[in-house]
Write a protein that binds this ligand. Structure first.
Ligand SMILES: Cc1cc2nc3c(=O)[nH]c(=O)nc-3n(C[C@H](O)[C@H](O)[C@H](O)COP(=O)(O)OP(=O)(O)OC[C@H]3O[C@@H](n4cnc5c(N)ncnc54)[C@H](O)[C@@H]3O)c2cc1C
Length: 338
């Protein structure tokens, strides 16, 4: 079993760069090692948390328990036919590295999700998505260890109850399973999803044809221009979810705010761009101490240097209050508060 560290600094293990400590910290790189940890006294006598890349968490204070970082790696092809391959990927594999592997094999299905930070094991939890693609479209199976029984269980795509930024692992199975590996079904025929965001324009500017590798490169360029790099300025990507409201209510809001941005999900529901709501409320670039709303991306809250988790909470509550007052819409955090 890997050793347990005490009073361990988490500053480098969360992309917000919050300077919090864990009472105990350890890593696991196999299911066997994970089971050893689950059977240890430190595990049994403390609250515990599974850490991936720390890119979707806000450490609100020191963690008074055991943090266990997922390091199970490996990419293995299980099936290969004329149209698809099924590939099994360790939960501790870096997500972007998996995307780069996929496009290097000329496979399609995850290229629009390039440069999303974090691990493969966390990708099903909130059904990561960007630039017109969601991971639920390629996930074939999820394998996870049930904490209470230490048994390995397999979930089909349907079992996962995927929704926008949500899955069964964020709802009824929250904190009950540790995802050890994920199987993806990748297509040998390029999907070429280029209509979302600026992908088409970027390909044109670069004079590149649409294929998985070029789409990934276009997405990387766009993201590098638009999003703050966590290694330069602490953040967790989009801090809030885009709220879903009735299309009727959206049409009412459109009368008052003709430029409001929304995407019709179904006839009756519209997903509103939370970034637009925050920007239009005048909060883009707002800063209090070292906590701020990013100057180019209103959906991203940032830690300029030494903000505490509480400073970020205070800022997020202020943003939520302003949005509720101005538009009558509640916006929910996408980030997990720890
Ligand atoms: C700059 C930036 C850009 C981002 N852009 C996007 C984007 O475009 N789209 C998007 O969807 N997200 C985006 N995110 C959010 C984030 O990258 C994803 O949510 C990612 O999947 C989190 O992975 P992680 O390994 O860092 O998880 P962590 O932050 O370490 O953990 C997140 C949650 O998952 C749990 N968890 C992690 N691994 C496991 C496991 N193996 N088994 C069980 N539970 C586990 C943790 O306990 C925690 O509750 C962005 C973040 C940043 C910093």
């Amino acid at each position: 079993m890997g050793k347990f560290e005490e009073n361990f600094s988490l500053k480098k293990l969360n992309t917000f760069g919050i300077n919090a400590k864990a009472k105990f910290f350890t890593e696991f790189d196999s299911v066997l090692e994970l089971k050893d940890i689950l059977n240890s006294n430190i595990y049994k006598n403390n609250k515990t948390f599974i850490l991936g890349g720390g890119s979707n968490i806000l450490l609100t204070q020191d963690y008074d328990g055991l943090m266990m970082q997922h390091k199970i790696i490996g990419i293995c092809i299980l099936e290969d036919n004329d149209n698809n391959i099924i590939v099994e990927v360790g939960g501790g594999v870096n997500w972007h590295e998996f995307v780069m592997w996929s496009v290097s094999q000329e496979l399609s299905g995850v290229e629009n999700l390039a440069l999303i930070p974090g691990t493969v094991g966390a990708s099903p939890i909130q059904n990561i998505g960007a630039y017109g693609m969601e991971v639920k479209e390629t996930i074939h199976k999820v394998t996870a260890l049930e904490i209470s029984t230490q048994e390995i269980k397999t979930f089909s795509n349907e079992d996962c109850n995927f929704e926008y930024r949500n899955s069964i692992f964020k709802e009824e199975l929250k904190n009950k399973f540790i995802i050890t590996k994920v199987e993806f079904k990748l297509s040998k025929t390029p999907l070429n999803k280029t209509t979302y965001g600026a992908i088409e324009g970027e390909l044109k500017t670069l004079n590149l044809e649409a294929n998985p590798k070029n789409i990934a490169d276009a997405v990387i360029n766009i993201r590098n221009r638009k999003l703050p790099n966590p290694s330069e300025i602490g953040n967790s990507g989009s801090f809030f979810k885009n709220p879903i409201i009735s299309s009727e209510r959206f049409e009412e809001l459109q009368k008052e705010f003709p430029n409001i941005v929304g995407y019709k999900m179904a006839d009756t529901e519209t997903k509103v761009a939370a970034g637009w709501l925050i920007d239009n409320a005048g909060l883009k670039g707002y800063r209090k101490g070292d906590a701020g709303v990013h100057k180019n991306q209103a959906l991203v809250l940032v830690n300029y240097n030494n903000a505490s988790g509480q400073d970020i909470i205070n800022l997020s509550e202020l943003v939520q209050e302003v949005i509720l007052e101005k538009y009558g819409i509640s916006i929910e955090a996408e980030v997990n508060f720890i």
